[in-house]
Design a protein around this ligand. Structure first.
Ligand code: SF4
Ligand code: SF4
Length: 436
């Protein structure tokens, strides 16, 4: 499509990059068929094509964004379903990221929104503080019904249990149990640490079993995605630079692994995000080149199951950030089959569950509808367990679902000699009792 940025505007490298992306869009509208918000709301401004026009107008106008534009862009999940549908290769991810930063810089949000975003930006990236906040929220859960709707949504996501720092956090090197073939740095993440430390533990075990020396780099913390997706690029750049330094300090590393696919997508974008900083560009590109989802590395290491566990029926939930953000579709499913499970597809599985980083906290109504749709689709299936590659999806889907939800890597670990995933223990024990 045609753009009309001035030469002065195009001197800004972010505008120049967005200009190139915008020019690729031919307005065909194929992307509208797979956009969850368009399918729910039916408004062109809540479709990728409509948002692309809103972003173009906003960036070209040099005026503060109007509230309507902010509303429709805020409703975007950044699920990137539109990117894997688009035949023209429009990189919507970089475009919406630029738009969010532009809004953060040029638009003053209402006080409640500002405070909510600040609180999320501060809490979610500090595992100990977040764990403490969750423990307190759990204790005062009964107060939820008297709170405004947006705060009630927070309580819906509060887990029954939170965990302190695990032994893995203190470890620096976990050597391969057999012959070492790769040195991998494992990102423990932020939200995942107090909510589900068993995921990283399972990842470390199974990676070591198949020939990886697992390094936990000291100082490798939140990937920066939470700040980045709220438009706070100053904060996310600081996190990115600190993480790059932590990985460099960790010694020779062949792969940088994320078990939360949202984090993996962010790690892979480090090179693009830091491209205009001469001191960081090259280093960021190197880390991005090493970044992998845990499923990619297990495929590379020749994963296979061997422990004779029950042949469970697994509904595989394709996290958007893995399926659309990293284009990892067949890999996780093939691993589950190699582990000995029957993989069952969820109807309309390409549509987001509504988690989407902080979306379920900032847009609780739409996120709640998407969650209900996802759970209804899962309930139509005859399955034993749901597997997903992202802690956000797991938290979103599991609330109120009568099936256990585990991380894919927990099943892969179990099927190759590790312990049964904690979320499955009760289910398997109950079914054994029924059949004995
Ligand atoms: S599918 Fe791609 S080219 Fe077509 S309208 Fe959507 S973003 Fe533009
Ligand atoms: S990222 Fe998802 S919600 Fe946003 S426009 Fe694309 S398909 Fe729609």
């Amino acid at each position: 499509m045609r753009t009309q940025f001035s030469l002065t505007q195009l001197a800004d490298p972010d505008i120049a990059a967005s200009d190139q992306i915008l020019r690729k869009c031919v307005h065909c509208g194929f992307c509208t068929a797979t956009c969850p918000t368009y399918l729910m709301l039916g408004d062109e401004r809540d479709s990728p094509r409509g948002r692309i026009i809103l972003i173009q107008d906003m960036l070209q106008s040099d005026l503060p964004p109007d509230p309507s534009t902010v509303k429709h862009l805020d409703r975007c999940l950044s699920c990137l379903s539109c990117m894997t549908t688009c035949p023209s290769g429009v990189n919507y991810m970089h475009l919406i990221d630029h738009a969010r930063a532009h809004i953060a810089e040029h638009h003053k949000r209402p006080l409640f929104d500002r405070l909510t975003r600040q609180a999320l930006g501060m809490l979610l990236v500090r595992p100990r503080l977040f764990g403490l906040a969750m423990a307190i929220a759990n204790r005062f859960r009964f107060l939820a019904r008297i709170l405004p709707e947006k705060l009630r949504a927070v309580f819906d996501l509060v887990p029954a249990r939170v965990y302190g720092p695990s032994a893995l956090e203190q470890a620096v090197l976990q050597p391969a149990t057999g012959q070492a073939r790769l040195n991998v740095a494992l990102l423990l993440g932020c939200v995942q640490r107090p909510l589900a430390p068993e995921i990283s533990q399972a990842a470390a075990r199974v990676l070591r079993r198949f020939g990886a020396n697992v390094v936990i780099p000291q100082g490798l913390e939140c990937c920066g995605a939470i700040a980045h997706h709220m438009g706070d690029h100053h904060a996310s750049n600081q996190r990115i630079d600190a993480n790059i330094a932590a990985i460099e300090r960790a010694g020779p590393i062949d792969r940088v692994i994320a078990t939360a696919s949202g984090c993996g997508t962010m790690l892979k974008a480090y090179g693009f995000i830091r491209r205009t900083d001469h001191a960081m560009a090259q280093r960021a590109m190197q880390v991005a080149d090493l970044a992998r989802d845990v499923s990619e590395v297990l495929s590379e290491l020749g994963y296979r199951g061997n422990s004779g566990i029950p042949r469970l029926k697994v509904a595989y939930h394709a996290a958007c950030s893995l399926e659309h953000g990293q284009n990892q579709k067949a890999g996780p499913r093939a691993l589950l089959r190699a582990a000995g499970f029957d993989v069952v597809e969820i109807p309309n599985g390409h549509l987001c569950c509504g988690s989407a980083g902080t979306y379920n906290l900032l847009q609780p109504e739409l996120a709640g509808q998407l969650k209900a749709n996802k759970q209804a689709a899962i309930r139509t299936l005859d399955i034993d367990v749901v597997a997903a590659g992202n802690i956000g999806c797991m938290t979103q889907i599991s609330g109120g679902l009568n099936k256990p939800v585990v991380h894919t890597v927990e099943l892969l670990d179990w099927a190759s000699g590790g312990p049964m995933p904690p979320a499955l223990v009760n289910q398997i024990t109950a079914s054994k009792a029924r059949t004995s």
